[in-house]
Design a protein around this ligand. Sequence first.
Ligand code: 4NP
Length: 154
Amino acid sequence: MIRVLFVCLGNICRSPLAEGIFQRLIEHNNLMDSILCDSCGTSNYHIGGQPDPRTKENAILNGVPLNHKARQFTVDDFNDFDYIIPMDSDNYNDIMSFPEAKFSNSVIKLMRAYDSEGKGEDVPDPYFGGSQGFQNVYTILDRSCNVLLQELIS
Ligand code: 4NP
């Protein structure tokens, strides 16, 4: 089983949408027995909370089922996941600041390392903006998730 974890700050906007998009891809490709995914946040701001209402609205608009309650990243995730995919460089640096990161066998790589456009950039945080920001995030995540899946199955 290949285990993939998407990480953002609050785990209510970007990473739950990434998880929903990737889960949809897993199911469309009938890979449920070989790949699983989850998401979490580096912060404790929204633990136990549902995705942001704007994330939910965007997910419905794009036909992405969301089924996630926010949780915080823990050092166990270094063992529990093969791929740890932070949305931006702050999330990346926060993960890498755990001493356990040095001993981890996980691939820890930015989401947009897999983006065919804007490679290596941040997935912009849509929290303080309007709904257009959420659609922009969806477009970036959809593109990146497709490339990530291709890498996992090739
Ligand atoms: P996310 O967005 O990291 O994509 O879930 C945010 C959610 C909440 C906050 C910031 C970003 N916040 O400051 O509460």
